[in-house]
Design a binder for this molecule. Structure first.
Ligand code: HGY
Ligand code: MN
Ligand code: MN
Length: 426
């Protein structure tokens, strides 16, 4: 590989910008950018992506987990080729952005564009992927497709129904997956040489440091809890203030306690830690009714065990204290995923190629969860972060520069070529 090359020799920002806009068009019209898993917008975007993969000469299929996989076979003379996977996700959160996940799938396509333009054959099979349902969904489980590929989806998850009575397994089957639990990681896991994922940082350390490329060091452990507060509904006009069991008042005190506790721990811990209550439902939610029940979802992120243990102990105390206000309180663990270390060899390769391209790289921990966390259970994984404006994400204002995506794609392309050279090819 030529040392004096620039990122534009490997990726085309104009083509990237066009693809971003085309995918952004698949959104709920009144709520940009919303492409929820299994929605009409999602299926339409999947159709567009499948065509795009086919136009790149890829063999397309939907695997048992519902992932869209575009395969570029290894050079014919390669005996039992290994596999390299590059992918991310195209589903969004409600009123999300145009880059979260999408940038990674488009960057994966840029790698194939380059290989095709150079008529390069690799000594391994290249798979580019749109992993199904990375964002947390109505069934309470994120990263559906990458968890399935890792053998981490079970019958209980697949049997869950959403508020419209849709069963998760049926929805996965309807988009081409098996809808049944895997027996373990994908059968060829031992032959997977590397997984790469490009993603916007969704924070601002790269932007603040003026860095082009983030080499991700760790992905956080994530735990999600349902917290229910059970009070007594009543007439807001005839029920005296004294003695009320107002579920929303108790929920409000829990929310403040959670935020204060997490803030204190995050400020003094050398681990990355945060905790958020981002979803709340007040029942029956009427202006003249004392709230009888409140349902909340707590999201806990940590890169170490100490901070999390301290927080969970503090949470138990806070819920106990809140319970003494008169309402019943239930806490249920909904989902958990351990932290994921990245592969040091692949991280070094990414760093080397960023340097060779004259790009400013830096190590960065991730506060967000990613499909790569689940791929890391069965294969070597490394992630490239690129800056996004102001660190904003999970909102329509999310913005990344097509050149930034091109830089990240170029680093991944050169890392893939370096792996091929290891095998004495191209
Ligand atoms: O929630 C996350 O960390 C990711 O954006 N799904
Ligand atoms: Mn996201
Ligand atoms: Mn994402």
């Amino acid at each position: 590989m030529t040392a004096s090359a620039t990122y534009r020799d490997y990726a085309d920002p104009g083509r990237i910008a066009r693809a971003i806009e085309q995918l952004a068009g698949f959104t709920e019209p009144g709520r940009p950018y919303t492409r929820l898993i299994f929605s009409d917008e999602f299926h339409a975007a999947r159709k567009w992506l499948t065509e795009s993969f086919k136009n790149l000469g890829l063999d397309c299929h939907i695997d048992a987990g519902g992932n869209l996989i575009g395969t570029r076979p290894a050079a014919a003379e390669t005996p039992s080729p290994q596999v390299v996977i590059i992918g991310s996700h195209i589903d969004t959160v409600p009123a999300g952005g145009r880059y979260d996940g999408i940038a990674g799938v488009i960057a994966a396509m840029e790698v194939v564009h380059y290989l095709n333009a150079q008529s390069l054959e690799l000594p391994f099979t290249l798979e580019i992927a749109d992993f199904l349902g990375e964002e947390l969904n109505l069934w309470g489980t994120s990263c559906l497709g990458s968890r399935h590929m890792a053998g981490l989806i079970d019958a209980e998850m697949l049997a869950r129904k959403d508020e419209r009575g849709r069963t998760l397994g049926d929805e996965i089957a309807a988009c081409g997956g098996s809808g049944i639990p895997p027996t373990g990681p994908r059968s060829d896991a031992a032959g997977i040489r590397a997984c790469f994922e490009l993603h916007i940082e969704q924070a601002r350390s790269l932007e603040d440091a003026g860095a082009d490329i983030g080499i991700v060091t760790t992905l956080p452990a994530i735990e999600r809890y349902a917290i229910a507060v059970n009070g007594t509904a009543g007439h807001s006009g005839t029920t005296p203030m004294a003695g009320r069991q107002d579920a929303l008042v108790t929920a409000a005190s829990i929310i403040r306690k959670v935020s204060a506790l997490a803030g204190t721990i995050a400020a003094r811990s050398n681990e990355y830690f945060c905790a958020t209550i981002g979803k709340i439902e007040v029942l029956p939610n009427g202006p003249t009714i004392i709230p009888g029940r409140v349902e909340m979802m707590l999201d806990v992120r940590s890169t170490g065990d100490e901070a999390k243990a301290e927080f969970l102990a503090g949470l138990s105390a806070a819920l106990g204290e809140a319970g003494r206000e008169g309402c019943g309180i239930d806490r249920t663990l909904l989902a958990t995923s351990p932290g994921a270390p990245m592969d040091s060899g692949l991280q070094a390769a990414l760093g080397k190629e960023a340097k060779a391209l004259g790009l400013a790289g830096m190590d960065v921990a991730s506060g967000a969860g990613h499909d790569s966390a689940h791929l890391s259970r069965f294969a070597p994984v490394a992630m490239v972060f690129i800056p996004c404006r102001g660190g904003l994400s999970h909102c329509p204002e999310e913005e990344a520069d097509p050149d930034a995506i091109a830089k990240g794609a170029a680093v991944i392309t050169r890392s893939v070529l370096a792996l091929a050279e290891e095998n004495g090819a191209c």
